[in-house]
Design a protein around this ligand. Structure first.
Ligand SMILES: NC(=O)c1ccc[n+]([C@@H]2O[C@H](COP(=O)([O-])OP(=O)(O)OC[C@H]3O[C@@H](n4cnc5c(N)ncnc54)[C@H](OP(=O)(O)O)[C@@H]3O)[C@@H](O)[C@H]2O)c1
Ligand SMILES: *[C@@H]1O[C@H](CO)[C@@H](O)[C@H](O)[C@H]1NC(C)=O
Ligand SMILES: *[C@@H]1O[C@H](CO)[C@@H](O)[C@H](O)[C@H]1NC(C)=O
Ligand SMILES: *[C@@H]1O[C@H](CO)[C@@H](O)[C@H](O)[C@H]1NC(C)=O
Length: 313
């Protein structure tokens, strides 16, 4: 009698146990996901997007305009901002005309007054999405310190400075959302991206700490960590000498559709989520390795550095 054989019986119970618990876990996962109701209606809400003229910023602005949000859009290029605003008003004539703020995030001295400009655009801010960012290309040996500093200013210190100015008003009005576009490189560092990965790790940590501090004040903090997105990020990346890299990396070109990423980010804002990881299974596995099997992850990265392929994000 097969069922009396203790070994086969135990294997069968292990199998049934694994399948059974997977089904239960899947059910719990589905149930909790479907319970994620919209907690924030974006229609008429004041939403500020930094770096609105870039690939993801553009997609976020379009998605938000479609929701009827009142937009405050920032960027360095006023002409590009005006074109964007014109296009949005054409496609969504019912929305309030976006307020445009010329803003160079590398210029830390102006951030306090620029934050006031953002706040004064509609009298308050419900949601700020720190999206603007710059990538870097080059080894630690090749990168000048000024590039490390520049990337840190734009990707980390500038959003921190803006947040510090806007936060008191958000607390006073009884709630709000601060979203930051980090990267999977806020979770794992890869060779030749030292400054970029460091700036994204920094922003993740800073806003994780902030989330806990402002939870009681009804302010939600969302950190978004996407993998490759099909934008001009690599074209606009800085080389070790601070020049524009100017190449479209194949990984970026094959990346996710910015509209799809924007949709998921806006959905996470609406459901007041705390984190959003948008990447393929391979990158998820890398994050898992970095956390639970660090020395194996480091070995893989050393191999990658040794190969020094030119086509990397
Ligand atoms: N593409 C990806 O694979 C990927 C993956 C993960 C995370 N991300 C993150 O997604 C965000 C959006 O990037 P993207 O992919 O859309 O790249 P992008 O097309 O290069 O856009 C970057 C945006 O940031 C702005 N920006 C750059 N330097 C600035 C500065 N000094 N002051 C003000 N604004 C500045 C640019 O504005 P200007 O118009 O003024 O140049 C542009 O709007 C970034 O934070 C990036 O790190 C991207
Ligand atoms: C990306 O760069 C190309 C070439 O410089 C430009 O034509 C295009 O408008 C840029 N796209 C975005 C979304 O900024
Ligand atoms: C990778 O190769 C490029 C040239 O192909 C070189 O400039 C760079 O220093 C190399 N990086 C490392 C980490 O060896
Ligand atoms: C919390 O903030 C949300 C949106 O920011 C708002 O709709 C809600 O009314 C606030 N809740 C309380 C209790 O103030």
């Amino acid at each position: 009698m097969e069922s009396l054989d203790p070994l086969s019986w135990s294997w069968r119970s292990i199998f049934v146990g694994i399948v059974g618990s997977s089904v239960v876990l899947w059910g719990v996962y589905k149930a909790t996901r479907s319970r994620r109701r919209l907690k924030l209606q974006l229609s008429d809400k004041v939403v500020c997007v930094t770096g609105a003229t870039g690939g993801l910023g553009l997609a976020l602005s379009r998605t938000l305009a479609a929701q009827g949000a009142r937009l405050v859009l920032t960027g360095r290029n006023m002409d590009a901002l005006r074109r964007l605003s014109f296009d949005l008003s054409e496609i969504y004539p019912q929305i309030h005309a976006p307020v445009l703020v010329e803003l160079d995030l590398a210029d830390l001295a102006v951030l306090e007054s620029k934050a006031k400009e953002i706040l004064n655009a509609f009298g308050h801010v419900d949601v700020i999405i720190h999206n603007a960012g710059v990538s870097s290309r080059g080894s630690v040996m090749d990168n000048s310190f000024s590039v490390d500093f520049e990337v840190m200013k734009i990707n980390y210190l500038a959003p921190v400075a803006l947040t510090k100015e806007i936060l008191p008003a958000m607390i006073k009005q009884g709630g709000g959302t601060i979203a930051v576009v980090s990267s999977v490189q806020g979770r794992i560092a890869i060779p030749e991206r030292s400054s970029y990965a460091a700036s994204k790790h920094a922003i993740q940590a800073y806003f994780d700490a902030l989330r806990a501090e402002v939870h009681e004040q009804n302010i939600s903090v969302l950190v978004v960590s996407p993998g490759y997105i099909r934008t001009n990020l690599s074209l606009n990346a800085l080389t070790g000498q601070g020049k524009i890299y100017g190449k479209m990396d194949e990984t970026t070109a094959r990346g996710m559709d910015p509209m799809e990423v924007a949709d998921r980010i806006i959905r996470a804002v609406e459901t007041r989520e705390e984190e959003l990881l948008i990447c393929d299974i391979k990158t998820q596995f890398a994050i898992y390795l970095r956390t639970l099997r660090p020395s194996f992850y480091f070995k893989l990265m050393s191999k990658r550095a040794a190969k020094n392929k030119t086509d990397k994000r």
